[in-house]
Design a protein. Structure first.
Length: 190
């Protein structure tokens, strides 16, 4: 009986499973996103998030511990040099799993697993989005504002003396031009 045993063996021996998770973690760190099955991604999340947390403290000891898991010098240097700086203020949840549907061959549920701070599309959308105040009593204010604006719009705006003089001059020039246009129409008819 396997009561309370939460480890997904993924149909592999323990050495095969550790090697696979190590390779997948190194690929995720180097490429920032990988395509895999949902079961593997969930196991990889448990495997890599403690390593990313360990990378926040850059010491020889933490580098050696992470290297014992990853077995890749390039992945360790990328993790400590680039990834740790980006996730320094994040208190966990460094990865994201996006489901993509079933694989054609065996109908396995597929997903894309990525590091959260490296998705430029979502980061750009987050910066553009403005936060609005959400209150439960916002409806009364919204209803009152259009009527107040309508009353203000109905009242004519006060003109300055210079604007009144300009308007008067424009009206005079247009009245002088009207008879000339009527004379032109009369000449055309003849």
């Amino acid at each position: 009986m396997r009561h309370g045993k939460k480890v997904n063996h993924l149909g592999r021996t323990s050495t095969h499973r550790k090697a696979m998770l190590s390779n997948m973690a190194a690929s995720l760190i180097l490429h920032k996103r990988i395509k895999t099955t949902i079961a593997k991604a969930k196991s990889l999340r448990k495997y890599i998030e403690p390593l990313i947390t360990k990378s926040k403290t850059d010491s020889t000891h933490s580098r050696r511990i992470v290297f014992s898991y990853l077995q890749s010098k390039e992945a360790v240097t990328t993790l400590f040099r680039d990834v740790a700086i980006k996730v320094a203020d994040r208190p966990g949840g460094y990865t994201r799993i996006l489901k993509t549907g079933a694989r054609l061959g065996d109908a396995a549920e597929m997903c894309i697993m990525e590091l959260v701070d490296y998705n430029e599309n979502l980061l750009a959308a987050k910066q553009e989005k403005k936060k609005t105040a959400r209150t439960r009593r916002g409806g009364a204010k919204a209803k009152a504002t259009p009527t107040a604006n309508a009353e203000v719009a109905e009242q004519p705006e006060a003109k300055t003396a210079e604007e009144e003089v300009r308007d008067a001059n424009k009206e005079e020039t247009t009245e002088e031009n009207k008879p000339k246009e009527e004379d032109k129409k009369d000449k055309k008819k003849e």
